[in-house]
Structure formats: C-alpha cells, structure tokens
Design a protein around this ligand. Structure first.
Ligand code: ATP
Length: 361
C-alpha cells in the first residue's frame, strides 16, 4: 500500500516559493530521509505532511485518505501520526512515564494505558528511569522519551525533524541504530529530515534529495549513490565529485566519453554531447603511468585504515578529487589517476533552477 502520495504540493512564504510542485509516492513501512542543504524546504515539506502548514496548491494522501487539497485540510491530530523534534518538547514537570502516559490519555483507560507506557519505555530502554524528570536525563535519554511518547499511540506515520542535531557523534550513532530497530519492530512508516547524508544513508530505505524547493531525485540509497540523476545529487551523496566530459556515444546503458585527451567507456545515461562523469573514491586508482588524469597531491590524512588523499586535477576546470590509498604520497607530487568506474549523465540533467534569494534567507 502507498502510505504517502503527494502531488504538486507547493508552498510560498511572503510571496517567495519554498516548495514547488512536490510529487512523492512512498510505500507503507518505508523509512524515508528528506535530505538536502539548509533552506531547501525539508522542514516545510514535513510540516505540510504533519498538517502544521497549509499547502498553497497540490494534494496529499495518507493511506487512502486525502488530508490536504482544494478545500480539504485534516488537522494534525486527526492524521494518525507521531512527531519528534530536535528540541524533544517534553513536559518538564512530568516524569518520564508521565510524558508517555499523557500522549495516551485520550485513547486508553488507566490500566491498559499504564501497561502501554511501561511497554514503550522498555522498548526504548528506559524502563528503569520511569520516575525521573526530563532535567535529570541525558540528551540521548530525553530523545528516547520523545520517541516512546510519539510511538506509544501506534501511529501509522512517524515524523522526525532533525531529531539528532543536539546529540554528540557517539550518541547520534546509537540513536540511529535505535531508529532502525524501532522502525523494524513497529512497522511504522518513518520520515526523517536531515542535512547529513551519512545519517540518511545509515537508516533510510528511501532518500529524497531536495534542492531549491524540489525533489531532485528519490530512490534507494544505492540508486542515489550509483546512479545519481543530477550533478547536485552526485556531489551530495557519498562525497561524490563530478567532472565535465564529452559524451561521444551511448549504447545499452554505457557511454563512450572523452575526458581531456583520453577516451573511456563507462555506465551511464547520456546522449552524445556535453555531460558529467560522477565519481566516488573507489572509482579512482593511482595510475602506473600518466593515467586518465594528471593531478597534484594537496593533502592527506589517515582514516579508517587507509590514506584519504585529496588531489587537484591539472585541468583547472576540474573539481578536487579524493582517493583511498594504502600509503601516503608526497605533498605536491604529480600523479596519474586511472578512472575504473563511474556514472555518466547529461549536462542538461541539471539541478532544478534555484529559488529566488529571498526563499533562502
Ligand atoms: N514560517 C515561515 N515564514 C517565512 N519563511 C519561512 C517560514 N518557514 C520557512 N521559511 C523559509 O523557507 C525556506 C525553507 O525552510 P525550511 O525550514 O523548510 O528549510 P530546511 O531545508 O528544513 O532548512 P534547514 O536544514 O536549515 O532546517 C527557508 O528560506 C526559510 O527561511
């Protein structure tokens, strides 16, 4: 079943467009990350889905119910969804159990409500802290109370707006694992807003990359990584780089391209003409000879067992590239790089036109 279907959703603030014709179809039980740079409209889209904002145009269906559209606006409390914000928004004067219990008050009578509260606190590993107040908890524990409270009424949809932004890297990692576990255990559809692509890749079954108020591409993490549709998606996902190339021929999912003075054949989807070659670290090797590209070693650092090496191609038009190497190279050395994999797209597969400046203020 499709849990969420948005069609042509648009929203402006003070005359500045913030969302422009969002189309989205998400299956029930998915974990969607809304990913994109600051100001691209992620939170606004989440708030439209929640019913906290009114759309200017377009329709939104949750399950088989239209909740937003011409002359239709179902209020947030009638949309069967839970929400978790960066600020946690816990009641400071209530205990941990009281916060969860409160979310169930209009739904369950006393004894089953207390049982459900205890069950949810167990589920997030906080059973032993039920009598504490929020100020007596760590950031990660508060975030778990917020999660238990949002999931207690068994929502069909859980909306998470940058919920990990206030946590340190270690806790973020643990909470991401917790999200994955709760997502699997509850079967609830999750939507997470984040500007951190590593966070999105770590948990999501689907990622929608947003750019200037539009969805530039939506797909599985693997699709976005291996087959980006636009140069912006290629650079945003997996620390990718893009190089301008000339596409000479295209046949059966492969493109023959000219890069500098060399020619090579790689997977891609581009008609002959100007194009982009999208690359990740693992697509590049240190060449024995001059390779496909010549580059100067700019910097390196030892990370995760290899030398992450940044190089600047000799051709001034080209972006910085990164390689993982077993040994460090001398800074300033000129090296050859072989391109062993990659993905070719057309130059016209451009990101959506940027919104007026005011929309990014
Ligand atoms: N209530 C509002 N009134 C006026 N402008 C708004 C309002 N809410 C959001 N905006 C503007 O809409 C644009 C998109 O905001 P939004 O919060 O959706 O972006 P975002 O992608 O979630 O950004 P971030 O990652 O920085 O939170 C921004 O330029 C923002 O200033």
């Amino acid at each position: 079943m499709t849990q969420i279907r948005a069609s042509g959703l648009s929203k402006s603030f003070g005359g500045s467009p913030v969302l422009s014709g969002i189309d989205l179809a998400l299956p029930a039980g998915a974990f969607l990350a809304l990913l994109g740079p600051s100001g691209c409209g992620k939170t606004t889209l989440l708030r439209l889905i929640a019913g906290l904002e009114l759309a200017d145009a377009g329709t939104l269906q949750l399950g088989d119910r239209t909740v937003a559209g011409p002359a239709v606006h179902v209020p947030p409390e009638a949309r069967a969804l839970g929400m978790v914000f960066q600020s946690y928004a816990l009641w400071p004067n209530m205990t941990v159990a009281g916060n969860v219990d409160f979310a169930l008050q209009s739904r369950l009578p006393g004894p089953p409500r207390r049982a459900r509260t205890a069950e949810m606190l167990q589920a997030v590993g906080l059973g032993h802290l039920a009598d504490r107040r929020p100020h007596e908890l760590s950031g990660g524990q508060r975030q778990r109370v917020a999660l238990a409270r949002a999931l207690a009424p068994s929502p069909q949809l859980l909306l998470l707006d940058e919920p990990l932004a206030n946590l340190d890297a270690h806790l973020r990692h643990r909470m991401l694992a917790e999200f994955r576990r709760l997502h699997t255990a509850t079967g609830t559809t999750f939507i997470l807003v984040t500007h951190d692509q590593d966070e999105a890749m770590a948990v999501a079954t689907h990622i929608a990359v947003m750019d200037g108020g539009r969805i530039a591409q939506m797909g599985t993490p693997e699709t976005l990584y291996r087959r980006p549709a636009t140069p912006m998606v290629a650079r945003f996902i997996g620390h990718g780089a893009t190089l301008p190339v000339e596409v000479l021929a295209h046949d059966a999912g492969r493109c023959r391209i000219r890069l500098g003075n060399g020619r090579l054949e790689l997977p891609g989807r581009a008609a002959p003409g100007p194009g982009w070659l999208c690359l990740h670290r693992e697509d590049l090797r240190l060449a024995q000879g001059s390779g496909h590209l010549r580059a100067e070693v700019l910097s390196h650092s030892f990370q995760n067992g290899t030398w992450l090496t940044h190089v600047l191609p000799r051709d001034a038009e080209l972006d910085l590239l990164s390689l993982s190497l077993p040994e460090p190279l001398s800074l300033g050395a000129e090296i050859g790089i072989d391109i062993v994999q990659g993905w070719v797209i057309e130059e016209t597969a451009a990101a959506p036109a940027p919104l007026p400046e005011a929309a990014h203020a």
